[in-house]
Structure formats: structure tokens, C-alpha cells
Design a protein around this ligand. Structure first.
Ligand SMILES: *[C@@H]1O[C@H](CO)[C@@H](O)[C@H](O)[C@H]1NC(C)=O
Ligand SMILES: *[C@@H]1O[C@H](CO)[C@@H](O)[C@H](O)[C@H]1NC(C)=O
Ligand SMILES: *[C@@H]1O[C@H](CO)[C@@H](O)[C@H](O)[C@H]1NC(C)=O
Ligand SMILES: *[C@@H]1O[C@H](CO)[C@@H](O)[C@H](O)[C@H]1NC(C)=O
Ligand SMILES: *[C@@H]1O[C@H](CO)[C@@H](O)[C@H](O)[C@H]1NC(C)=O
Ligand SMILES: *[C@@H]1O[C@H](CO)[C@@H](O)[C@H](O)[C@H]1NC(C)=O
Ligand SMILES: *[C@@H]1O[C@H](CO)[C@@H](O)[C@H](O)[C@H]1NC(C)=O
Ligand SMILES: *[C@@H]1O[C@H](CO)[C@@H](O)[C@H](O)[C@H]1NC(C)=O
Ligand SMILES: *[C@@H]1O[C@H](CO)[C@@H](O)[C@H](O)[C@H]1NC(C)=O
Length: 811
């Protein structure tokens, strides 16, 4: 940031058309007066100033509002952000004859740079412009202060001050949204925006198209920002959704608090508080820098860094920064460009006398989120590479792995991040780029170093959050914590008591353990999931947020109920209703002891099949935002006292906005239940859950796992792969031999056949061949007839090659 530069005094001398403002600071501009040069309006409380400013000496002029008491120039609103005034002119702000406020050029007297253009029914001698104590610049009647014609709070730029509403006026169609600035020296509109939809969902978008963050208001806080539930000692939050308007706003308790929420150049919404010396960031959304879409531009690798605002961006090998000048002012959207052209001419043919292009492997990255093409025909890494080379110049990379193998990328690669995941991409480069010897080896572009960095960042972010005064106040002093619509916040000490110091363990998962407990003065049992070391564990923290963000505000009889959570310092706990009959897998399968609970009877199994389908149907189609569970398996289906199923574990769940059909995700479900498209890193649809559900149905009917863990001493015959075997028998009308022998033939054959058919439809290779969960419910309820499905081709191929066990276990 640069200090405010005042106009040279001689510029002021040119201003003669209007009477200058009185020299004492005033907050009001009257008809016939002009605001120009170094003059400024100052709000009555001295907090805000309005005037012309430059971001750098000699650069263009903007009319805007800034914090007058903060020595670092911090514009919070700009009138002419996309139409700055040249440094060689002398602009002035006046109230024009029609009662509007306008910036005109003094030289010409007529050129209007910016105007409020309201249809105010005011004569100019009755209209005044006042800078209010809130930082709102209003144009109003001088005789009646509540007759407001225009206000700057209706046209926010990149900053939401307390009192600014982000959202829609449904009557006038006014959409108040934040739009980031272009770079650190240019206030014009950038690519990121922060919005509130008509549907009441807050979203952050890139170039008005790609949603990279979204959240619903859950009676008191945004579900994606669970720490907000603890309230704030500085401000309260308001969300309104009625027939006239939908918006989010916040109000500070003490007018002297200097606070703002700004959509930063780097695509993150930051809540910042002035400490007296410096701006301190107390909240960032999204929490991780590289989660802002395309923040580093094409052909870069993004790494979360410990700095507040900017991730570190590195060009991929063989690429250089496109515009070092833009890069220097923190605008990385241009990304990087290729140093040596690929070996292909514009017509797609190879150039003569140039060696073939080569590939450079980049491990440990999140795969690019655009321009992917699946190549099911390539059955080896070499064929995949060949497919990329022999397609035209637009193929820039490939990846190979997982069940459907080969993917090609066309055009620019964006959103590649060093996130320590197992993703591996092969970048196409001219042979010359890889000649230097060292290039032929696998480069650790990302890998361990990046992972360590990520961890450092999280620790930094979280510890700052704890020191910050904003979201992190300890939970209110009530007995069980404050309860908001349906979901409660708990104190750690209360959960410690409820679980008798975490003594009765119910199970352990990827990121923590689940304990049984009972709240004081309550007669029902609860299950408390404690995410261990959540702060040192990015995935654990992400899981916590995903869980609160999804199950936190949905309720369905077939979804496990999240009673509340605890987000205290570095502690992350989730509190659920307790399910006395445990998880479905404990009833279906044998374990190390080679024993299992009493087998479930047929009608219970059928009830479970229908219940899980209803729960998923609700997730996909019933609630406001479509949610993909992403990890459907018997371990995540819990049974209540009457064996009614409840879907649990939303740690991998993904939101899909109403208007979007696919969501980009790098997280993965569980081997054996993964849809083919899921493995290849393609954006996924709810059909991945349909696939996993189909696999669960087969296990439910057969009582056998659909894949065999090689270490299991209880392994059954390793010959046939269950899904293929089942599909095969179904096609030959021999359903009974698929059914669990423990049922001893006590079952409804018609229902069993229906379940098998549905299962087989659900595990089809192509998403479009699989039914929706709504259709599945209708099939199972017998409302619709199910046709005989075709054999799933990929599964057959896997079973045929006899290699499915090594394939699945190597994932
Ligand atoms: C005005 O801007 C131009 C280019 O933008 C620059 O060359 C010139 O030095 C500036 N003039 C002043 C007086 O700073
Ligand atoms: C304001 O102007 C509109 C037309 O521009 C007119 O219909 C309306 O009556 C005026 N209102 C007042 C209070 O003068
Ligand atoms: C505004 O100007 C008109 C004539 O130009 C005059 O009649 C009226 O009294 C003025 N009103 C105020 C509030 O000064
Ligand atoms: C002032 O304006 C408001 C809003 O238009 C109106 O409701 C109110 O009656 C006006 N008061 C006077 C004294 O004119
Ligand atoms: C943003 O979207 C517009 C059209 O929707 C497109 O023309 C433009 O190229 C996009 N910008 C970038 C940086 O991709
Ligand atoms: C929020 O705080 C402001 C300032 O103290 C107060 O005026 C307002 O009524 C509060 N709103 C709610 C919903 O509590
Ligand atoms: C270009 O060269 C590669 C490698 O030699 C070859 O596989 C590919 O088919 C060639 N493409 C064309 C269009 O000739
Ligand atoms: C894949 O192979 C099938 C038959 O083997 C062929 O019909 C199809 O065109 C091939 N697809 C591509 C993209 O090469
Ligand atoms: C190159 O191939 C891609 C995908 O097959 C296609 O979209 C693109 O139009 C092709 N470009 C040229 C120049 O042929």
C-alpha cells in the first residue's frame, strides 16, 4: 500500500468553477460546492474520509472512501474503479443540476467521469451529499434526512463495511456483491466475486462462472465457517431472506472498531481488523489459498504459503512467467507460457527435423480442473502418452492410473496445486526442454516439502485465529452451549464429562475416534467424534468443515443427525445421535474372529436398501443445494434400535450448486465402491454415490464383500469377483445363488431379483446409464418396473484379467 498522495497545490488553483469547501473538515457537500484537489469530506466521527486519491505517485485518480485514521491508505469504496481519471486532469465532485452527484473534469466542465444517475425527484438546491459515520456516502434531501436518493452502500466494490448488505433487493433487482480488484496498483474489477444468491446460498465465483466456495446460513452462522458459531465480541451477524430481499450483513457493537471484510486480489474473503499498527486478518474464506480458483493462472503450481494473502505460485517446468510486471503487482492470472514450442505446427502435423515431444512427471499434485478428456481406449501408460502425442498440439498433459486409466488435458492447465495428494500428471514438453539431463528424472515439484508447508500454513492460520478477537471467542457461558436452529455448540469440558474422559471407544476412523457418551441431564446416548490433531491435519480440518457444512443443516430420517459440535481452540469434535446397532458392515461381514452378529433377515435388508436410497435421494435432490456424499459404504451406514439405516460420515461430502451439474474434487472414497469416473479425477456428479450404492446393495444381498482384502484370513474363495458374478447370475435368471446362504432361503424372491437388477444398473460404467436415486427408490418400492441391465463392461474386463485384486489394492 502507498500513502495517500495529495494533488499539487497548483491544481487546486485551477479550480474556480465552484466555491471551495470550508477549510474545517465537513461531512456534507452542498449544491454549488465542489470537492476537488486535496479536499475531503470527513464523517462526523472522524472515521472515514471521501475524496480523490492515487494509489501511486503519478498514477490515475479515483474518487473513493478510506479510513481517515489509518495511515496506510485503505480504500473501502471507489466510485470510478473501472474509469480512473488521468493524472493530467483535475476532476471534481459536485452535485449537478438534476440533483445527482457527479465527477466532472474541471477543464471541460462538461465531461462526466462518473455519476450517481438516480432518478431523484430533487432539485439541486435541495440535495446534499453526506458521508455518514458508518462510511456510507448518501445523497439525500437537505430538509428530510430520511429521504435518501442514492447511497454508496448499495454499490460496494471489494469491501463489505459493517452495515453493507451483500445480496439481492428482490423488488428492484439490485445485486450487491463484492468484486475483487485487479491487482495491488489497480482498483479496476478483477475476476473474483463474492455473492449471495436468490436461493440464499453464499458463493464465491471466478469470472462469474466457476463456483469455488459456497455455504448456507444455518441459523446464526455460515455452515462453512463453523468457528463463526461461537459469535464475536466485536459484531453480530444478520441474515435475512424474505419476499423483499435476501442478504448477509454484520454490525459492530463499538463504533470505534476499525474492521472490514475485503475480497482480496487472491480470491479470498478476508475479515481484517486494524490493530493500531497493522491490519490483522482474523478470518479467511476459503481457508486455503490454493482453493481460490485459478489463483496462480495457467501452467503454474500453487502452494499454500504462510503469508496471509498470497499463495506461492511457480511456473511448471519448461514455462516462464507471462508478464513479470503483472506478477510483481500480485496479479498472477496471466500465469506462465511455454519456453519452447511443441513439436507440432499449427495444422497439427509434426514439424520435420524436430525430435518428438517428451513428458515430465509431476507427482503429489491436485490434477488440473479444466479441459480433461477421458481416453478409455488407452490401456497402458505408454498408449496414453501416445494418445496425447498423436492428438493435435492442444494436448498438454496426461495422467494414467485408476480403473479407467488414461486422461488427456487440452489447452491451459489451471488449478494444479502441490497438495501432497497422490495425483500425478505428465506434462508435455518439447524434447529440448528435457535434454539437460536432470530433467529426465522425476522431479519433486511438490511432494514432501509442499506437504510440510501446508501443515505450517494451517498451524499459522489456526493460531492466528485463536489470537484474533473476531470469530474465536469462547462459547457463551450457558450450561450446554448456545443452541442455534437444530445444531448446538458444545464446550470441550462438557463433552469430556459426557464421554467420561473419552473412555468408551465405539470405533476409529481416518481422522479420529468415536466415543460413546451421555450429556448431563439427558437420557439419550450420543456419539462423539474427536478429530485428532485436527490443526496439524489439513484433511481432518477439511473433514470437520465438510461435516458441519453438510449434515449441520439437513435433516432426514435416513441421515444421521449431527446434534452439535465443538470448535474450541485447536479442538474439533462432532456430536451425533448414538446408533445402538452399529454399522451395517458389522452385521454383514465376518471379521478377524471369523464371526459376525446374527445375520439380518430379508425384510430388514430390504428396509435398509430402501432407507439408504431415500437418504441419498434426499441428499441429491431434496435439499437446497445438492450434496454428494462421496463415500457410501457399509461402514458409513449406521443402524438405529429398530435397524432403520442412517447414512453417516459426511467428511468427504461435496456441494453442488443448483445450477451446476459437476463438482471438482480431489478427495477420494473407498476402494471397492469407487465409480470409474471418480478415480480418474474428473469432476464428479451424484452418480458416483449411485455407483457406490449399487456395490453396497450387492453386499447386502450376498453377505459377501465385493472385494477381498488379501490380508484377511477369513477370505472366501478368491475366484469370482462378486459384482461380476452377481451380474452374470442375474442375466441367467439365477438370483437365488447370489443371495446370502445365511438366509436359508427365507426371502422374497421377487424383491431379491429387483434389488439385484437395481444394483446392476447402479454399477454401469457410464454415469448416464445409472439411474438417479429418486428412480432407485421408485424401483425398490415397485412403482416402476426394472428392466434387465446389461453387463457392466469395465468390471467384466477387470474380473476377466484376473487382476482386480492387485488393481484395487494398489490404488
Ligand atoms: C502521469 O502519468 C503518466 C503515465 O501514466 C506518467 O508518465 C507521468 O509522469 C504522470 N504525470 C505526473 C505529473 O505524475
Ligand atoms: C417523481 O418523478 C416522477 C416522474 O419522473 C413522477 O411520476 C413522480 O410523481 C415524481 N414524484 C414526486 C414526489 O415529485
Ligand atoms: C431552491 O431554489 C428555488 C428556486 O431556484 C427556490 O424557490 C427554493 O426556495 C430553493 N430551495 C431551497 C431549499 O433553498
Ligand atoms: C421524509 O421522508 C420520508 C421517506 O420518504 C417520509 O416517510 C417522511 O414523511 C418525510 N418527512 C417529512 C417531514 O417530509
Ligand atoms: C471470462 O469469461 C468470459 C466470457 O464468459 C471470457 O470471454 C473470458 O475469456 C474469461 N476470462 C478468462 C480470464 O478466462
Ligand atoms: C447487532 O448489533 C447492533 C449494534 O450493537 C444492534 O444495533 C443490532 O440491533 C444488533 N442486531 C441483532 C440482530 O442483534
Ligand atoms: C508426431 O510424432 C509422434 C511421435 O513420433 C507420432 O506418434 C505422431 O503420430 C506424429 N503425429 C502426426 C500428426 O504425424
Ligand atoms: C475406442 O475403441 C472403439 C472400438 O474398439 C472405437 O469404436 C472407438 O472409436 C475408439 N475411441 C477412440 C476415442 O479412439
Ligand atoms: C484438437 O483436439 C481437440 C480435442 O480433440 C479439439 O477440441 C480441438 O478442436 C483440436 N484442435 C485442432 C486445431 O484441431
Amino acid at each position: 500500500m502507498h500513502r495517500l498522495r495529495h494533488f499539487a497545490l497548483h491544481v487546486l488553483l485551477l479550480v474556480i468553477a465552484h466555491a471551495p469547501l470550508p477549510s474545517a473538515a465537513v461531512d456534507t457537500l452542498r449544491p454549488g460546492q465542489a470537492l476537488a484537489g486535496w479536499k475531503k469530506l470527513v464523517s462526523a466521527n472522524g472515521k472515514f474520509a471521501l475524496g480523490f486519491f492515487q494509489l501511486q505517485p503519478g498514477s490515475s485518480y479515483y474518487l473513493g472512501i478510506w479510513f481517515d485514521e489509518v495511515p496506510v491508505l485503505t480504500p473501502v469504496w471507489t466510485a470510478n474503479r473501472d474509469n480512473p481519471v488521468s493524472n493530467s486532469t483535475s476532476p471534481e465532485l459536485t452535485i449537478s443540476g438534476d440533483g445527482n452527484m457527479a465527477v466532472v473534469l474541471a477543464e471541460s466542465g462538461t465531461t462526466t467521469v462518473w455519476s450517481t444517475s438516480t432518478e431523484a425527484n430533487a432539485t439541486s438546491n435541495d440535495t446534499v451529499a453526506v458521508l455518514l459515520d458508518s462510511g456510507n456516502l448518501v445523497l439525500r434531501s437537505s430538509s428530510n434526512s430520511s429521504l435518501v436518493f442514492w447511497e454508496s452502500f448499495d454499490y460496494p466494490t471489494d469491501t463489505q463495511l459493517p452495515g453493507v448488505k451483500i445480496g439481492w433487493d428482490k423488488v428492484t433487482g439490485l445485486d450487491r456483491r463484492l468484486v475483487s480488484r485487479k491487482n495491488s496498483v489497480d482498483l479496476s474489477s478483477g475476476l473474483y466475486s463474492s455473492t449471495m444468491g436468490h436461493d440464499g446460498v453464499a458463493r464465491m465465483l471466478w469470472n462469474s462462472s466457476a463456483v469455488y466456495w459456497s455455504s448456507t446460513w444455518t441459523g446464526g452462522f455460515f455452515s462453512a465457517i463453523p468457528e463463526m458459531s461461537a459469535g464475536s465480541p466485536l459484531a453480530n451477524f444478520t441474515f435475512v431472506d424474505n419476499a423483499r430481499e435476501v442478504y448477509f450483513t454484520y454490525n459492530i457493537f463499538d463504533e470505534s472498531t476499525v474492521i472490514r471484510t475485503t475480497l482480496h486480489v487472491s480470491g479470498r474473503n478476508q475479515v481484517r481488523v486494524w490493530t493500531g499498527q497493522d491490519w490483522m486478518t482474523v478470518n479467511n474464506q476459503p481457508a486455503h489459498q490454493c482453493d481460490a480458483y485459478a489463483v496462480c493462472g495457467p501452467f503454474t503450481v500453487c502452494t499454500d504459503s504462510a503469508s496471509d494473502a498470497d499463495p506461492s505460485c511457480d511456473c511448471m517446468r519448461g514455462f516462464s512467467v507471462r508478464s513479470p510486471a503483472e506478477w510483481a503487482v500480485k496479479d498472477r492470472t496471466g500465469g506462465c507460457v511455454r519456453n519452447t514450442p511443441l513439436n507440432c505446427a499449427a495444422d497439427g502435423r509434426n514439424r520435420t527435423g524436430v525430435p518428438a515431444d517428451k513428458f515430465y512427471s509431476m507427482p503429489g499434485v491436485r490434477l488440473p480442473q479444466n479441459g480433461r478428456q477421458s481416453m478409455p481406449n488407452a490401456s497402458s501408460a505408454i498408449e496414453c502418452a501416445q494418445a496425447c502425442l498423436s492428438s493435435n498440439c492442444s494436448c498438454t498433459a496426461y495422467s494414467y492410473g485408476g480403473e479407467d486409466g488414461c486422461s488427456l488435458w487440452h489447452g491451459e492447465l489451471v488449478n494444479v496445486a502441490a497438495d501432497g495428494n497422490e495425483g500425478m500428471i505428465y506434462l508435455r514438453l518439447a524434447a529440448k526442454e528435457l535434454e539437460s539431463g536432470k530433467g529426465n528424472r522425476i522431479a519433486m515439484v511438490a511432494g514432501v516439502a509442499a506437504l510440510v508447508l501446508v501443515l505450517v500454513v494451517v498451524v499459522v492460520i489456526c493460531s492466528r485465529r485463536n489470537n484474533g478477537k473476531w470469530w474465536s471467542r469462547p462459547i457463551a457461558d450457558s450450561d450446554k452451549g448456545g443452541s442455534v436452529v437444530g445444531i448446538a455448540t458444545f464446550k470441550y469440558a462438557d463433552l469430556q464429562d459426557a464421554t467420561k474422559k473419552f473412555s468408551e471407544k465405539l470405533g476409529a476412523g481416518g481422522f479420529g475416534c468415536v466415543f460413546k457418551g451421555r450429556l448431563a441431564g439427558d437420557s439419550t446416548d450420543i456419539a462423539v467424534k474427536r478429530l485428532d490433531g485436527a490443526l496439524g491435519n489439513v484433511q481432518g480440518e477439511k473433514q470437520f468443515r465438510a461435516e458441519v457444512n453438510s449434515v449441520g443443516f439437513i435433516q432426514h430420517i435416513n441421515l444421521v443427525k449431527l446434534i452439535g459440535f465443538c470448535c474450541e481452540g485447536d479442538r474439533r469434535l462432532l456430536v451425533y445421535e448414538h446408533m445402538p446397532n452399529g454399522s451395517l458392515d458389522s452385521h454383514l461381514f465376518q471379521f478377524q474372529s471369523c464371526r459376525r452378529r446374527a445375520p439380518l433377515d430379508w425384510s430388514t435388508r430390504y428396509q435398509i436398501a430402501v432407507g439408504v436410497a431415500r437418504g441419498l435421494g434426499y441428499l441429491h435432490h431434496g435439499c437446497r443445494d445438492c450434496i454428494i456424499h462421496c463415500d457410501i459404504k457399509p461402514q458409513n451406514i449406521l443402524l438405529d434400535a429398530s435397524f432403520a439405516p442412517k447414512i453417516a460420515d459426511f467428511g468427504m461430502a461435496k456441494f453442488l450448486g443448483r445450477e451446476f451439474s459437476r463438482v471438482v474434487t480431489t478427495m477420494r472414497g473407498t476402494v471397492g465402491y469407487l465409480a470409474p469416473e471418480w478415480i480418474s479425477g474428473t469432476p464428479v456428479t451424484p452418480k458416483v454415490d449411485v455407483y457406490s450404492y449399487g456395490m453396497v446393495l450387492l453386499e447386502l444381498v450376498s453377505g459377501k464383500r465385493n472385494y477381498v482384502e488379501h490380508s484377511s484370513s477369513c477370505a472366501e474363495g478368491q475366484g469370482d469377483y462378486l459384482p461380476v458374478q452377481a451380474a452374470h447370475k442375474l442375466l441367467h435368471g439365477d438370483v437365488l445363488s447370489v443371495v446370502d446362504a445365511d438366509l436359508h432361503g427365507e426371502l422374497n424372491v421377487e424383491e431379491a431379483e429387483r434389488v439385484c437388477r437395481v444394483a446392476c444398473w447402479c454399477i454401469q460404467d457410464l454415469e448416464s446409464d445409472r439411474p438417479t436415486m429418486i428412480e432407485v427408490v421408485q424401483f425398490l418400492e415397485g412403482i416402476c418396473q426394472v428392466e434387465i441391465p446389461p453387463m457392466p463392461r469395465l468390471l467384466t474386463a477387470i474380473a476377466g484379467s484376473g487382476s482386480h485384486q492387485t488393481r484395487v489394492s494398489s490404488l
